[in-house]
Design a protein around this ligand. Structure first.
Ligand SMILES: Nc1nc2c(c(=O)[nH]1)N[C@H]1C(S)=C(S)[C@@H](COP(=O)(O)OP(=O)(O)OC[C@H]3O[C@@H](n4cnc5c(=O)[nH]c(N)nc54)[C@H](O)[C@@H]3O)O[C@H]1N2
Ligand SMILES: Nc1nc2c(c(=O)[nH]1)N[C@H]1C(S)=C(S)[C@@H](COP(=O)(O)OP(=O)(O)OC[C@H]3O[C@@H](n4cnc5c(=O)[nH]c(N)nc54)[C@H](O)[C@@H]3O)O[C@H]1N2
Ligand SMILES: [Mo]
Length: 754
């Protein structure tokens, strides 16, 4: 394998016994009974429970154990025996709880009863569901709907998500931000503009036919470990995998398949990447442009017929590429011309190519242009819209893509409003709603009166954490639908409710009997999911029941909006989804348990381009770097990343096994040359200070220096601990996705910080 690098890094394979130990350690310390393991056996299998971790696809023919280390952790975490009861809250004022870490908060276990915040005693106290719904309904009715925000984290299934968006619109607004706004919104906007589809064009089988996979800024070993199986099979049949990532992520280098007894017993592993390019953060546009430059120099290599028939904007793009010189490309990408040509040669030698990407492309100020640059690269040889080729964003939350599909969108033009009007007898609001960044700005300006969160931990996940924490308690009403206690709950609005819900693996019993739900994976396949575990507490309600309860208490009665009947039988909600989106969801109830899910289709896969102009578009970049703020003396670019011992703000433990680190998450990873330049030693205490120069002091103190294999001028550390360093306005220009990967910072020794 070709690579650059230094020895400050774990060199073992991903998967293998380490992943088994990872699962066992969560099972051990999270208080999990043995019967929870029975749930794992059905995970991601037809008529089983769909994993609540990532959105990776579920195969029609599952492995005996179709789950990964992290999926198992997520399920076991949900099924803990620990309970966070009213007695706990009586003993712990909210201010005192703020001293606990994210890990400690969630370790208190599952929430068991609806709670209301009592300001006088500064505690959450039990309340009945009836009282909670009635009070929230009364308060919402008295507010201007446009001064309220209904947030969704990407986990709730299609049925509650559809009803949630419907509730918002009947109530009177499109303020429906979701976690996607911090994640793949760059894809929803950038990809849509270029190829007319807001989602990827690949399906899982494409990975059986491709000759090369180019992977940009996606860390499969940690964040979508089941993808390693496809990568392993691809590598074993000779498909070449080329990675662009500032960090040499072990999961993309080598993999021991925990499903393979031979590999497990012999310690063998499969080499995955044939080339690993540790580019500068934000260097992707330049690196891909360099590849295009090499390819365009060989006109016979282009798919001219495809370019002529299916694309527009080619000549402008070519002019830009030809007029950009190699010196610029090398300096912005941090890669040599030779390395870029080596990658381009793999592209040229491959008949069928897939481009995979994650947060390393999307979370940048020019992230949309990075995504579009990947499209440009693929279009040159017709690598979109045929088997074994395409663009494949790896989505995050298990139903984040599906939530958008069924109407959780702040952009009204993405939703068939006329059909909703007809089905439910109301006048849908047409005004554009607030996305996550706009909602945060409005909260900072004290313009938001109510915040409802269907899952998630928004206050922890957003930029400008410290400023947001100060503003949050001024919201008049906050309502969190949640499974566990998290930091957002510790900043209650003037009136605040915590509404505990079932998890996906638990039995959901309603008037018509046990219910199932459904979700969409990253390959646009829809899967049914059934929970069978006894709920953590008898007082829990399903997300459908909670959304319907809130809606009924808020909205005027209407015969076309039978919230109780929908709660009694979720099949009726699926019928509504099918009526709202007939092309994609026809026969929804009949198809939801198809092995491998059912495909809702994607015109771009068929080379039908729903773009302006009706063709796929070469989008000419106007920058060579996706960083929003360039270099300056003493400035570093911080990339915030995840460990394999966390799911977003849920921290399972303090190991980052695949990077060979453990013990603390309050670290700054930096290379030894930069350490020497700053006169820092391993273990030194430092502070990070945001270097955006807007007059606001953003800093995180008490971090420890950790030597690590990274490009010069680049440091890395963990999300969400470093979120106070991100300015809210530092986001992708086109989609407002916060730029969590190229934050300008300075490093201060602890003495200077004091
Ligand atoms: N175990 C686990 N699984 C998860 C999650 C989790 O927290 N834990 N979160 C879920 C969610 S919501 C999401 S969105 C996904 C996220 O999954 P990923 O998309 O993999 O996101 P990150 O962990 O943020 O890592 C992004 C990668 O981009 C690299 N990178 C940083 N800057 C750049 C750059 O400028 N260019 C390039 N080419 N690479 C760069 C980083 O080194 C890192 O390897 O995972 C999902 N799955
Ligand atoms: N610096 C930095 N910031 C980032 C990122 C980054 O890479 N760097 N990544 C961004 C990305 S990609 C994302 S997706 C966001 C994530 O932002 P969010 O989606 O808001 O955060 P999560 O940590 O996934 O939310 C966890 C909480 O959800 C609740 N929960 C868990 N399961 C369920 C359930 O089944 N139902 C309900 N109702 N609640 C449940 C629990 O109470 C838990 O505490 O963060 C973003 N923020
Ligand atoms: Mo995400």
């Amino acid at each position: 394998m070709t690579q650059s690098g230094n020895p400050d890094q774990y060199e073992g394979a991903a998967g293998g016994w380490g992943s088994m130990q990872g699962i066992a350690s969560v099972a051990g310390h999270a208080g999990i009974g043995v019967d929870a393991l029975a749930t794992l056996r059905t995970q991601n299998k037809p008529r089983g429970t769909m994993c609540s971790s990532c959105a990776y696809g579920k195969p029609a023919k599952p492995h005996p154990a179709e789950f990964c280390e992290n999926g198992a952790k997520a399920t076991l975490w949900d099924l803990t025996d620990a309970r966070c009861t009213p007695a706990f809250f009586a003993d712990h004022p909210v201010r005192a709880l703020r001293a606990l870490s994210d890990y400690d908060l969630e370790m208190e276990g599952r929430l068991t009863e609806p709670l209301r915040y009592d300001a006088q005693s500064d505690t959450y106290q039990p309340v009945s569901w009836t009282e909670a719904f009635a009070d929230i309904g009364t308060r919402l009715r008295a507010m201007d709907p446009e001064s309220t925000v209904f947030y969704a984290s990407g986990k709730a299934a299609l049925e509650p998500s559809y009803l949630y968006a419907l509730f918002a619109r009947i109530y009177g607004h499109n303020n429906l931000p979701d976690s996607s706004n911090m994640c793949h919104e760059t894809t929803s906007v950038g990809l849509k503009e270029a190829i007319g589809s807001p989602v990827g064009t690949c399906v899982m089988e494409d990975f059986e036919h491709c000759d090369a996979i180019f992977c940009f800024g996606q860390n499969a070993g940690t964040n979508s470990p089941r993808f390693l199986h496809q990568l392993q099979q691809a590598a074993q049949r000779g498909c070449r995998i080329v990675v662009f990532n500032p960090i040499r992520e072990q999961g993309l280098v080598r993999f021991t398949n925990p499903q393979s007894p031979v590999q497990m017993l012999t310690g063998q592993s499969t080499e995955l990447a044939c080339q690993y390019h540790q580019l500068r953060p934000g260097g992707d546009i330049a690196a891909m442009l360099g590849m295009c430059k090499h390819i365009l120099a060989q006109p016979q290599a282009l798919d001219r017929d495809f370019i002529d028939r299916h694309t527009q904007g080619f000549d402008t793009f070519v002019a830009k590429v030809e007029s950009t010189d190699w010196a610029e490309i090398e300096s912005h990408s941090g890669l040599t011309r030779a390395a870029i040509i080596e990658a381009a040669e793999v592209y040229l030698q491959s008949e069928r190519v897939i481009g995979v990407y994650g947060m390393g492309l999307t979370q940048h100020v020019h992230g949309s242009q990075s995504v579009q640059m990947l499209v440009n690269l693929l279009l040159l040889r017709g690598n979109i819209g045929r088997e074994g080729a395409g663009i494949s964003p790896m989505r995050g939350h298990s139903n984040v893509q599906g939530q958008r599909t069924v109407g959780i969108a702040e952009k009204p033009e993405l939703v068939p409003l006329d059909r909703l009007a007809e089905l439910f007898d109301f006048a849908p609001p047409r005004k554009e709603g607030l996305n996550t960044v706009a909602a945060c700005e409005a909260i900072l300006e004290r313009r938001i009166k109510a915040f409802i969160g269907l899952g998630g931990n928004l206050l922890r996940a957003i930029p400008d954490h410290d400023r947001m924490e100060a503003a949050w308690p001024d919201i008049e009403l906050t309502v969190s639908v949640a499974t566990r206690l998290n930091r957002t709950h510790l900043y209650p609005g003037r009136t605040a409710y915590l509404l505990p819900c079932l998890v996906r693996a638990e039995e959901d019993l309603q008037a018509s009997g046990p219910q199932s739900v459904s979700m969409e994976d990253t390959f646009s396949h829809i899967h049914g999911s059934i929970g069978r575990r006894k709920p953590a507490s008898e007082a829990l309600l399903s997300e459908v029941a909670i959304v319907a309860g809130l809606a009924k208490a808020t909205l005027a009665p209407n015969a076309k909006q039978p919230w109780d009947a929908w709660t009694a039988d979720y099949a009726k909600v699926r019928d509504l989804i099918a009526q709202t989106y007939p092309d994609q969801f026809a026969d929804f109830n009949a198809r939801m348990f198809n092995a491998g899910g059912f495909y809702r289709g994607n015109p771009a896969r068929e080379r039908e381009w729903e773009t302006e102009g009706g063709k796929a578009r070469f989008m000419t970049p106007d920058t060579l770097t996706s960083l929003g703020i360039g270099d300056a003396p003493g400035r570093f670019h911080l990339t915030t990343i995840r460990s394999n011992d966390q799911f977003n703000t849920t921290i399972y433990g303090f190991s980052d096994r695949l990077r060979g680190l453990s013990g603390s998450r309050r670290i700054v990873m930096i290379n030894r040359a930069d350490m020497a330049r700053l006169d820092l030693a391993e273990g030194d205490a430092v502070s990070l200070v945001c270097d955006a120069d807007d007059g606001i002091d953003r800093r995180v103190d008490g971090l420890t220096v950790q030597p690590f294999n990274l490009p010069d001028g680049c440091v890395a550390g963990y999300y969400p601990e470093l979120n106070p360093l991100m300015p809210l306005w530092y986001h992708d220009k086109a989609s407002a996705t916060p730029a969590a990967k190229g934050i300008p910072i300075r490093i201060e020794p602890a003495a200077a910080a004091a």
